[in-house]
Design a protein around this ligand. Structure first.
Ligand code: FAD
Length: 451
């Protein structure tokens, strides 16, 4: 059929684009990229808000300054992306209570130290309980966070940092520095620069007809000979191979059906991977009322409900005079806020800010609440493997099924959850496909089935 091509890539996020680039570089140009949303980038997404460009998804290049170069940092350097050094380790010294008092740094430091110790203890206990035949042999934990400051620190430790508890490959390999992307063209400019190398682009837009936006894949029917792809708008495409780059949340959802069904080892692994929800809420003000000196970029609100508008950041370092605050929610709080009106969320956030900074602060003039959980093309923010996850689990999530290859941030053994994880996974998958194509070709007496 005229709709048949060598490889169909489902999803135009960083992993899909990097996989496509590897194929193109190796002479496989007969590709088709199907993207459900109206733009490329996926979880890398800028939005115009309060006269600047804010990042609704990935905002930092994490892991810079170490022994190995972070490939995303290199891409950023090559494309001249504007970034800003960012250090949230000081956040713990800017913890406000409900009456607007800042906890003394000694108290905050001690609470932090205790939280790290108990997290290390918990890791050991979890590890022991995995090994122990009888769970009752495992000692019970001594400390459970209870007070608002303990809960606030537990939240930043577990939902943001963890680097002091266990080695995180991103920091071990690439270094511990983090840079905030502060570029009007957005983090997504990196994808555009990559696409430029193999797709037809003009005036900052990808105009190549091998990229189809607003095209939702609903069914993959696969056999030994190829894959038939059906989309929501009723189109049918055929390919020798498919690379599926949709998120772990989408794989867990019923959006895409597989004919025949995926094998059990695959579906079980997909089901077990935890989906993290991470929400950055942006608030624009007529003027600044928060401190802006050195080490004040991040601040924390201690409340009796864990994760209740806990983690705050001002944007003055990246965009002076922007008068924008960002508050980050995760998991349960993210889902709660996604399901209520933005007006209600604004009211809650303003109440928290008045507790911290007094009753006279101005009302925010604009609010932006991204909804990653309720977006059916995302179903969450990123994968979160249990710390002692069996390495077989990511292996199974990544392994191809027949002619369907799986890629994306969640298929990266070392860097899942990050932009560089998605980027490297795409390269890996592209190379694995080329390898399989070579073997298939040898089986078919050297007649290339690509092109
Ligand atoms: P995606 O970008 O999700 O690409 C998959 C694409 O598939 C999407 O475009 C989607 O629309 C499309 N799709 C889905 N279903 C279908 C379908 N049925 N048919 C066709 N197309 C479909 N990482 C960092 O390194 N630093 C950070 O600071 C950071 N912060 C983050 C903050 C937030 C709020 C979020 C959400 C993520 C953050 N991340 C961060 C993680 C990072 O954004 C991701 O790891 C990375 O962008 C994932 O890329 P991907 O290609 O695997 O997936």
């Amino acid at each position: 059929s005229s709709n048949r091509c060598s490889v169909i890539i489902v999803g135009a996020g960083i992993s899909g684009i990097s996989a496509a680039k590897v194929l193109a570089q190796n002479g496989v140009e007969d590709i088709l990229i199907l993207e459900a949303s109206d733009s490329v980038g996926g979880r890398i997404k800028k939005h115009n808000f309060g006269n600047i460009s804010v990042e609704l998804g990935a905002g930092w290049i994490a892991g810079v300054g170490g022994k190995e170069p972070n490939p995303v940092w290199e891409l950023a350097a090559q494309s001249g992306l504007r970034t800003c050094f960012s250090d949230y380790s000081n956040a713990r010294y800017n913890i406000y209570d409900r009456s607007g008092e800042i906890f003394p740094s000694g108290v905050a430091g001690d609470t932090y130290k205790k939280a790290v110790e108990s997290a290390i203890e918990k890791l050991r206990t979890d590890q022991d309980s995995l090994l122990a035949a009888d769970v009752s042999d495992v000692p019970k934990l001594s400390t459970i966070p209870k007070t608002p400051i303990e809960l606030a620190i537990d939240f930043i430790l577990h939902d943001f940092e963890m680097a002091e508890v266990e080695p995180i490959s991103t920091y071990v390999d690439f270094g511990e520095r983090e840079f905030l992307v502060a570029d009007e063209r957005g983090y997504e400019y990196l994808l555009y620069k990559m696409a430029e190398e193999f797709l037809f682009t003009s005036d900052g837009k990808i105009l190549d007809n091998r990229l189809k936006l607003n095209t939702v894949v609903r069914e993959l029917q696969h056999s030994r000979d190829g894959v038939t792809v059906r989309t929501e708008d009723g189109c049918v495409y055929e390919a020798n191979y498919v690379i599926l780059s949709v998120s772990i949340g989408v794989l867990q959802s019923p959006l895409i059906s597989f004919i025949p069904h995926l094998p059990r080892w695959k579906t079980e692994a997909i089901k077990k991977c935890e989906v993290m929800v991470y929400t950055k809420i942006f608030l624009k003000f007529p003027k600044k009322f928060w401190p802006c000196g050195p080490e004040k970029e991040f601040f924390i609100y201690a409340h009796e409900q864990r994760g209740y508008y806990t983690f705050w950041q001002h944007m003055e370092n990246a965009y002076p005079g922007s008068n924008i605050l960002v508050v980050t929610l995760t998991n349960g709080e993210s889902k709660r806020v996604e399901s209520q009106s933005d007006q209600e969320t604004l009211r809650e956030a303003m109440e928290v800010l008045r507790n911290m900074f007094g009753p006279d602060i101005p009302e925010a003039s604009e609010i932006l609440v991204p909804r990653w959980w309720n977006n059916r093309f995302q179903c969450g923010s990123y994968s979160n493997y249990p710390i002692y996850a069996n390495p077989q689990m990511v292996e199974n999530i990544k392994a191809p099924v027949g002619r369907i290859f799986f890629t994306g941030e969640h298929t990266s053994e070392r860097f899942s959850g990050y932009v560089h994880g998605g980027y490297l996974a795409g390269i890996d998958t592209g190379e694995a496909l080329l390898e399989m194509e070579k073997l298939d070709r040898e089986k078919n007496n050297n007649k290339s089935i690509l092109s």
